[in-house]
Design a protein around this ligand. Structure first.
Ligand code: ATR
Length: 288
């Protein structure tokens, strides 16, 4: 049972995910289980919506506290919000809407925070006793494959952390356009086959290459992975993509798309509730 209806009353905070499709989302299960476990008076529901602006106007008299938004509404959400976080504004996509007490809507992008913080966590040495200042991404060469919404978010996020970003895309013009906007470099996807400017590079795949059912595909050949110390894949069906398997075999650390999902969920939870995310509980609920 997703919701405990007997506990819903006038003081219950209502959250939801707006998308199309939306039924597959794990967020309602994750948030409702968490609310139940920690005794937070909230409920989180699915909203299958065609037109997000119309939806938010129509239901603005309801006491909604916050929304997650997913495909295809992230760009429209960024335009709708009364205030948009500077990074979300640069990316042009909002996936987390918080309603303030005065009824105004604030927009954030937690997708990029989720991926970037999962990558940072994996790069930090858990055995180091000295406090680590700054981001472990600072000064690193960070290659982003893909120039769509997710590629844009990762490239902005990595640049914010002080990484030297290179965008690689099948269609070079698209990579170039994005790179010029952000102020980073662009190459073609084929260029990555022989791209070894330095060691300890980071690689992030933001394309759908390797996703079910085409699980034999990979965006970069295995021989080209040897100078990367960490590889991230936004694809999470399957969780272990061919790219991640080959990265592991090449000695790199890996970060899966599931880590990006849970990382962005921590961030949304904190924005929605004002409480620190119960990270261990989230991982237990998601069985990761
Ligand atoms: P999203 O917003 O989810 O990132 P998108 O805007 O459709 O999605 O972008 C998809 C990205 O995956 C693009 O960078 C696309 O490359 P092109 O710009 O050349 O189209 C990339 N992509 C999709 N399928 C691909 C494939 N089979 N091989 C290489 N790149 C692919």
């Amino acid at each position: 049972n997703l919701y405990n209806f007997r506990q819903i009353g006038p003081d219950t905070k209502i959250f939801g995910i707006i998308g199309k499709p939306v039924a597959h989302s794990k967020s309602p299960m994750l948030f409702n289980e968490t609310f139940k476990s920690i005794g937070f008076n909230g409920v989180y529901v699915h909203f299958l919506v065609d037109d997000i602006v119309n939806f938010l106007h129509t239901y603005s008299s309801f006491d909604f506290a916050g929304f997650s938004c997913t495909i295809p509404h992230k760009e429209a959400a960024a335009k709708f919000c009364d205030w948009v976080d500077p990074v979300a504004k640069s990316i042009g996509a909002v996936n987390c809407i918080v309603r303030r007490d005065d009824g105004k809507f604030e927009g954030y992008n937690t997708d990029y925070v989720g991926a970037i913080s999962a990558i940072e966590d994996k790069l930090r040495d858990p055995h180091s006793s000295s406090p680590q200042s700054g981001s472990p991404l600072s000064g690193k060469l960070f290659v982003v494959i893909g120039a769509g919404g997710a590629g844009k978010a990762l490239a902005y996020g990595a640049k914010e952390k002080g990484a030297k970003v290179v965008i690689a895309n099948r269609t070079y013009e698209r990579a170039k356009e994005l790179a010029v906007t952000i102020g980073v470099d662009a190459v073609t996807l084929a260029d990555l086959d022989n791209f070894h400017p330095e060691t300890n590079m980071i690689l992030a795949n933001t394309t759908s290459v390797g996703m079910q059912p085409k699980v034999d595909e990979t965006p970069i050949p295995k021989h080209a992975l040897k100078n990367y110390s960490l590889v991230f894949d936004a694809v999470y069906t399957p969780v272990m993509t061919r790219l991640l398997k080959e990265a592991e075999e090449s000695g790199a650390k890996i970060v899966t798309g599931v880590e990006m999902f849970v990382g962005q969920a921590y961030e949304q939870y904190e924005r929605f509730t004002g409480l620190p995310a119960p990270k261990e509980l989230f991982r237990k609920i998601l069985k990761i």
